[in-house]
Design a protein. Structure first.
Lengths: 679, 579
């Protein structure tokens, strides 16, 4: 195979997932190349280097040349997430104000499923005997009530050293108002044997609320040695191999930052992979600043739902990872257990269920032949003729006989259905789950989904996009051609972004403009390096618990009230005319927008593409089984229009276009489906 | 009939019904005015079929489980053929209208398809204020229901799409917080509208004639699921009781008693032997007692048991009239969703634990936290719930009890406040919120620890006490575990005087330091069989003392405090030394 010619410089995005490490390269002419290599969970950097070597080989370039002409290298990694999920973080000690060392373990009593009272809390990351009190107190007005007792810090440091503590978190009461005491503790610790890794809550994320702020500092301390170590090593390796600039890391807020900036706050990487959905969504439209898009990114066992309204994906302060609460700025994502590997089962009283459990990468669907006996959605698609039996990307082979067997034994027989009927039931239940997940996020955020385009991404997304869009009442579904490398694509389209926050408590109407301006100026100074600095303010009616974040121009409080009221009406269905509005925090978002050209459009073809074959496929309950044309993705070029039903086989996904829908290959070379528009 | 149902459609209907009741809840949370809805989630959304049988209650506070059908059946009884499209009903009275207690108002919207009544979309939610003798719905001085707020029989609040303005004005006139009540009623009504719209689509899809069959299929499935649960219980009659030691005014010697009969795949839950109703406001209603029984059953078995009335078809509940679990009018009953609901859940768990010891749940301790009210420095009035001094949960097989956690009747669903946030809202300065040593009930899986909660109240204030957890231990041990410690509430005044707070009552004090020592949860299983490494960890953590480790758990800690003295532990745990 002759190597494609690349126009330098290019950009590289690498997304390390649980099973595969995806790489996307886009050159300055807009040509896109995708590579997939196995992940190496024990040392993720090996997976990164592996996919780079594979790319260099396939592009017929030396690795050094591939890196040397790379202008931007963006990396998303589950290393922070996995450190938490696998409980492989550091031994952490925690210092708190005397009287409050148990907040971390009390965790405000929050449990995910109220009814499931037999499930224990996740193991507290710092045992009580390593949570040590420090005397000294900051008051509710930010002034010192009692001086800091540094001898308590010394005593704790000795205990921590004895116990082999590797990383220390500090969360003092009211430190979101004044971090002086915390900084003094940090300075004192620096001179001790446990001073190498110190996370101060007022520096990691100075939010109000001792539980979540402390939990964030503790998780930061827990992942810091592993994650920061990994990133520094990888960065050095890549630099030595020829990469001219430091790599950028994708953060939970959907923006990227250079490695050295993330090293102090690796907790910001917890959503590193899925947050790339923001960049990916921008790449799905010609006008990202006004786009109304809902994305479902469907992978092996879960589906991430994200809403972009008028070009904005909300960033919240609330993130939960494996039961641990964080207040890091994070893209709002609603995740449900629904994917290709989701297991279908019949309960003891004879009712069919799909999920939430998944079969994972091993054993995976029954059809993989790795010994899985539970039928999954992938098995059902195989029975229904929608997936092609035989080899898949990544060295897996789909065996239709094993899929039939699993569905027959575990579902069809107990339910008294044929294998095909049971398989169709599995797909219908999964698509109901997807529909419910989107309805939930849109109802909670006050959006009407019919005004949105549904973007169905992830390897399994394009199979379900049209059906779910139709059920939601959307007019269009967008099925990205590179759905299986969606997040890696997104990384190439993510702005560089950093969020700055200061808790600021005042009455919006009575606040002194000069003090507001000064606080903003201080935040903006911290964001000094960014080309764009946007002011935002958190507002709520007096007595409410949850603030609403609105943009803030200059110090125009009247405009802020109007924006708040409009948002409040949309989110909560009512406003309090003239009601007192409290400011709770000021924020500055620093942004360096990525200048990016859309991928080069492939030239259209004048002749109508021909299907590669025709297969018997189950369509839906009304139409049942039909002969359906199967197209190769490569044959479908921009401008091409085809009526459903049809299937498209691409290298990382299979797309299904329903019997009433019309497919158009859009100018970005993606599959845009007009729902119910078949001529 | 139902055996011919397509199993795929049945599964889709089950999920859709639950999704619709969840959707109603999301709309409520998003649009309600008072924080009781949005923060405490003190509400439930449910769907009944045309006969008033609850077919879905996927969302809601556990103590509302399965009680909604009483309200819908009261509507059907009172309005019969006068139920028309675009009507909306309102009720709250526990004696005449299927209510559980007065503050929980029910909004019910009949759903019609092709002119036929097919379902009701409903919610039940705690209002911010409904008049009565005390602001905020809880009047601990009440001796009659008339002291507790406005009583509503089944009312047609909206008739054929038109709101009855006279009735609306009457409601707003009977609350101290008309804005909150009005906003919350709108949220409730809006939520049932969404629910009804979705139900119409579902029934149209299924066909009016067929929809009822699928609803029945959903109920029958839940019944089969629960019969599978009953099959795990040992047949027999299992008795339990729990003391009710005060009537909100003084000590009494009363009890909740239950006899649970397991026979022929059925359960009979008989409260014969329960004490007569009392003067204070803890008396329970039929709807509330039934909900408490259902909550105890559902939480004892699987968390994903369908929450519909089909699940409890095989359960017969007998509530003798004139007793604590089924009081006669006009006994007051606002407190019943917490107490005596807590006691009902406890007696049910005790009885069930005998019939299936490996599922037994040890008791959760009762709350001691008070409510403090007064004026802020700026003159504004505040009410501060001292929730952060919460009680603790009991142990079960495989898990220790939760340290301080929300009420049992929410299964801990109440989120405790951050104290930093409270310091910004109230004239208060917190001193501590720490786990108490040696308060957790010993067990192979021990109870949760109570807390030591201390706060300076910086201005004069009223202290309203609700201290069921004060005095005798309020949790219980199960399967060889033991109860947790008792609780205490102390007010330290500026002159150094200390006041030990009563269980109920309101007092006013100058600036004072309020201290709640909340009680511990009960332990599960013989503490002598607790994994010694877990005992060591508890000692290192200060949850239990080294002395208690030896005495209660038979585990000796080495002199360095960091390891187990194995030989002494073996000796302590030898059968001879345990007699």
């Amino acid at each position: 195979m002759s190597s494609p010619r690349l126009s330098s410089p290019w950009r590289i995005g690498v997304d390390v997932g649980g099973t595969f490490t995806d790489m996307v390269l886009r050159d300055s002419a807009g040509a896109v190349h995708i590579f997939k290599a196995p992940s190496v969970p024990a040392d993720p950097s090996q997976g990164v280097l592996g996919v780079l070597r594979l790319a260099a080989q396939q592009l017929d370039l030396p690795l050094s040349a591939l890196l040397r002409d790379c202008a931007l290298f963006v990396h998303g990694s589950t290393v922070a997430t996995n450190t938490i999920l696998e409980k492989k973080g550091a031994k952490v000690g925690l210092l708190t104000t005397e009287g409050f060392r148990d907040s971390l373990e009390i965790r405000r009593g929050i449990r995910e499923n109220q009814w499931d009272h037999r499930a224990p809390f996740p193991e507290v990351l710092v045992p009580r005997y390593l949570r040590q009190p420090v005397h000294g107190r900051i008051g509710a007005d930010g002034k010192e009530l009692a001086p800091l007792a540094l001898e308590d810090v010394d005593a704790a440091a000795r205990l921590f050293a004895d116990e082999g503590v590797q990383s220390v978190a500090v969360c003092l009461f009211n430190s979101f108002l004044d971090g002086t005491h915390e900084r003094s503790v940090g300075k004192r610790l620096a001179a001790t044997p446990v001073g190498k890794w110190v996370s101060l809550s007022s520096e990691v994320m100075p939010t109000m609320g001792e539980y979540e702020r402390g939990s964030t500092a503790v998780v930061n301390a827990y992942v810091a040695p592993t994650v920061t170590g990994y990133l520094r090593t990888l960065d050095e390796q890549l630099r030595q191999l020829g990469l001219p600039r430091s790599l950028l890391m994708l953060q939970s807020n959907g923006g990227a930052v250079p490695v050295d900036q993330i090293a102090e706050r690796p907790v910001m990487l917890v959503l590193s992979g899925p947050a790339a959905g923001v960049g990916a969504l921008k790449g799905c439209t010609d006008r990202p600043e006004t786009a109304n898009l809902i994305s479902v990114e469907i992978g092996g066992t879960s589906c991430d739902v994200m809403v972009m309204a008028k070009g904005e994906v909300p960033v919240t302060d609330a993130l939960v990872i494996d039961g641990y609460h964080l207040t890091t700025p994070s893209v709002e994502i609603h995740t449900v257990g629904a994917g290709g590997g989701t297991i279908a089962w019949v309960d003891a009283a004879g009712l069919l269920h799909v999920g939430p459990q998944g079969a994972g990468a091993r054993p995976g669907p029954a059809a993989y032949g790795f010994g899985g006996e539970d039928p999954t959605v992938t098995d059902a698609q195989l029975v229904l003729g929608r997936l092609r039996p035989g080899p898949l990307a990544g060295g897996v082979t789909l065996d239709a006989r094993l899929a039939r067997e699993a569905i027959d034994t575990k579902l069809a027989k107990p339910l008294g259905l044929s294998v095909e009927e049971a398989a169709a039931g599995v797909v219908r239940l999964l698509e109901q789950n997807l529909l419910h997940a989107v309805e939930r996020l849109s109802i909670e955020r006050g959006h009407n989904p019919t005004a949105f385009t549904l973007v169905a991404a992830g390897g399994a997304g394009p199979m379900h996009g049209c059906v779910v869009a139709n059920a939601l009442g959307c007019q269009r579904a967008l099925l990205p051609r590179r759905a299986g490398a969606y997040c890696a694509m997104g990384m190439l389209q993510s702005d560089v972004r950093q969020d700055y926050l200061k808790v600021f408590l005042a009455d919006l109407d009575k606040v002194e403009p000069a003090s507001l301006e000064q606080a903003f100026v201080e935040l903006e100074a911290r964001a000094g390096a960014f080309a764009i600095r946007e002011r935002e303010v958190d507002l709520r009616y007096e007595g409410q618990q949850w603030p609403v974040r609105v943009s803030f121009k200059g110090i125009d409080t009247a405009a802020a009230r109007r924006t708040f009221e409009a948002e409040h009406q949309r989110l909560f269905g009512h406003i309090q005319p003239g009601g007192r509005i409290d400011i709770t925090a000021l924020r500055v978002v620093g942004r360096d927008p990525l200048d990016w050209t859309p991928p080069a459009a492939r030239p259209g073809r004048s002749d109508k593409p021909k299907p590669r074959e025709t297969r018997k496929v189950w369509l839906d309950p009304a139409n049942g089984w039909r002969d359906v044309p199967i197209y190769a993705g490569a044959d479908l070029t921009p401008g091409c229009v085809l009526d459903g039903p049809l299937l498209i086989e691409e290298s990382t996904t299979t797309a299904f276009v329903g019997p009433h829908d019309r497919l158009e290959v859009d100018t970005r070379d993606d599959f845009l489906v007009h729902i119910g528009a078949r001529s | 009939m139902t055996d011919a149902l397509d199993p795929v459609t049945l599964a889709l209907v089950q999920n859709r019904l639950d999704h619709i009741s969840l959707q109603m809840g999301w709309v409520m949370t998003r649009t309600a005015r008072s924080p009781i809805f949005s923060q405490s989630h003190d509400f439930s959304c449910f769907i009944s079929d045309a006969r008033g049988t609850l077919i879905s209650q996927a969302d809601g506070i556990p103590i509302h489980t399965g009680g909604g059908g009483f309200a819908v059946r009261a509507i059907l009884r009172d309005f019969k053929d006068a139920i028309a499209p675009e009507d909306v009903f309102l009720l709250n009275d526990p004696y005449t209208a299927g209510g559980n207690h007065l503050p929980d108002w029910v909004i019910a919207r009949p759903v019609f398809v092709a002119g036929k009544l097919v379902a009701f979309a409903c919610n039940r939610a705690h209002q911010a204020d409904i008049g009565g003798g005390a602001a905020g719905t809880y009047n601990s001085a009440a001796t009659e229901i008339f002291h507790e707020g406005i009583r509503l029989p089944v009312l047609k609040l909206i008739e054929g799409g038109k709101t009855r303005a006279d009735l609306w004005r009457l409601l707003l006139l009977n609350t101290r917080l008309p804005e909150a009540l009005e906003g919350d009623l709108h949220a409730m009504i809006g939520s049932t509208r969404i629910g009804a719209e979705r139900l119409v689509l579902l029934v149209e899809e299924l066909g009016v004639e067929r929809a009822g069959d699928f609803f029945e299929g959903v109920l029958a499935h839940a019944d089969r699921r629960f019969q599978g649960c009953i099959d795990r219980l040992a047949e027999g009659v299992w008795c339990a009781e729990e003391a009710v030691d005060n009537d909100c005014f003084g000590p009494i010697d009363s009890r909740i008693a239950v006899a649970l009969t397991v026979k022929d795949r059925r359960l009979i839950v008989d409260f014969a032997g329960t004490s007569p109703q009392i003067q204070g406001f803890k008396n329970s209603s039929v709807a509330n007692s039934t909900s408490a029984v259902f909550m105890a059953l559902a939480s004892f078995f699987e968390p994903d048991l369908p929450k519909n009335e089909g699940a409890f078809r095989s359960v017969e509940i007998r509530l003798p009239e004139g007793t604590l679990v089924n009081a006669r009018a006009p006994a007051p009953m606002t407190m019943n969703t917490v107490f005596v609901a807590h006691e009902i859940v406890h007696v049910m768990w005790k009885a069930l634990g005998q019939a299936l010891p490996e599922r037994a749940s040890a008791g959760w301790s009762k709350a001691v936290h008070s409510v403090t009210a007064g004026l802020r420095p700026d003159g504004g009035r505040y009410v501060m719930y001292q929730w952060a001094g919460a009680p603790a949960g009991g142990g079960v097989e495989g898990r220790d009890g939760f340290h301080l956690i929300g009420h049992l009747i929410t299964l801990g669903g109440l989120t405790l406040p951050n104290l930093e946030t409270y310091e910004q809202l109230y004239p208060a300065r917190f001193k501590r919120q720490e786990l108490r040593c040696d308060t957790a009930g010993p067990g192979r899986f021990r109870g949760g620890a109570g807390c030591d909660y201390e706060v300076e109240i910086l201005t004069p204030a009223d202290y309203a006490f609700r201290g069921e957890g004060v005095g005798a231990p309020s949790s219980f041990g199960s399967a060889g575990g033991r109860a947790g410690s008792s609780g205490e509430v102390i007010l330290a005044l500026a002159d150094g005087k200390e006041i030990h707070a009563p269980k109920y009552g309101v007092v006013r004090h100058e600036p004072a330091t309020y201290r709640a020592l909340s009680p511990g949860g009960g332990g599960y299983g013989d503490p002598m069989t607790r994994d010694p490494t877990r005992v060591l960890r508890d000692v290192r953590d200060g949850i239990i003392s080294a002395a208690a480790a030896e005495r209660d758990y038979g585990v000796a800690i080495a002199a360095n405090g960091r390891s187990i003295d194995m030989s002494r532990t073996t000796a302590l745990r030898a059968p001879t030394s345990r007699s």
